[in-house]
Design a protein around this ligand. Sequence first.
Ligand SMILES: [Zn+2]
Length: 336
Amino acid sequence: MESARHEPVAGTLLEDEDPESHVGEAVDFDLFDHEDQAEPEPAAEDPAGLRAAYHLAPTLRVLRDEVDRRWPKRDRTSDGWIGDAAHRGTRSDHNPDADNGSVNALDIDRDGIDPMLVVRRCIVHPSTQYVIFDRTIWSRTRNFAAARYTGSNPHDRHLHVSVSHDRALEASTRSWGIADAVVPKLGDRVLRRGSTGSDVRELQTLAGRLGGDLAVDGDFGPRTETWVRDFQKAQRLTVDGVVGAQTLAALRAATAPAPPSAGRRPGSRTVRRGSTGEDVAFVQRFVGERRCGPATGSFDAKTESGVRWYQGMRGITVDGVVGPLTWRQMGVRVTY
Ligand SMILES: [Zn+2]
C-alpha cells in the first residue's frame, strides 16, 4: 500500500551515483560511471514521465514498510527513491531498470529511526548491494566491511540502500528483521496483570525455578499475579502483584545460581581430591596454573599432583592433601 508521503521526493536524490568511487580503493564493480555532481535541481513531479512504468523494487518496499512500522512517527523529509531529472542521463539505482522498471535504491531519512540498526539489518539481507550512511559505505563487494565514503554528499541526513538487480533478489519478500517487535527483557519495564511479552515469559520461568507452577506463555494473568503476590509476601515486600524494581531484585537474588565455589574460606577445613570450593581455587591459584591447572575450585588429580609438588618443595609430608600444616606453609591462618 502506498501513501502520499511515500511518493517520490524529487530533488533529494542526486548524491550517490558513484559510491564506490569515493571509497579510495579499487572498486570491484562499475555500476556507475559519471562524475559526482553538486546540488541537484528540483525535478518535475513525475520525473521520468512514466509513472506507471516504474516501481520501487518489492524488497525495498518490504524494507520501507518495516521501517515505517517500527518507527511510525519518523521524519520522512529525506526519504526518496525515484531519480529526478538530473538522474536520467546517469546510471543510478534511483533510475528505473530498463528491463522491468524496477528502482533499486531507497533513501531513508535518519531522523526518528535508529539508522545503525537499519544498517546492521541491511548488511545481512541477501538483496542488499550496498548501504551508505554518515560518510560510511558498506558494500557487498567488500563483504560489507565498513569503508570511508568520501563522496560530495556525506549521506548524513539519510541512509541509502541499493539492492541487487537480480530479479529474485529485487522481488524478495524476505523480512529485513526491522519491524519485529522490540523484545523486552525482564527489568526493562514494570510488569503487572495484563502485561504480555518475552519479559513476562522470563518472569514465569524464574517463578518455575522457585517452585511456581505457571504456564510460560508470556501472559501476565491471574495465576501469575497470585504467584507474584505470594512471592512478595514471602519476601516481606509490598504485596501488590506488580513486578517493579524491588520485586525483581528479590527474584534475581532468590534465583541466582549459587556459585560452585562459594562459602569456603582458605584454612577453614582440610581439602583433598573431590573437595570443591573457593578454598580449593585458592590452592590452585597459589600453587599455580602450570602445576594445578586452572583455578576451577574443583580438587582434581592435577590439583593433587600440584599440591604434592608444592609439599615436596617445602619439605613437608607429601600426601596431596591440604591440611593445617600445608595451609600454614601457604601463609594461611588455620581456623579449624
Ligand atoms: Zn540515494
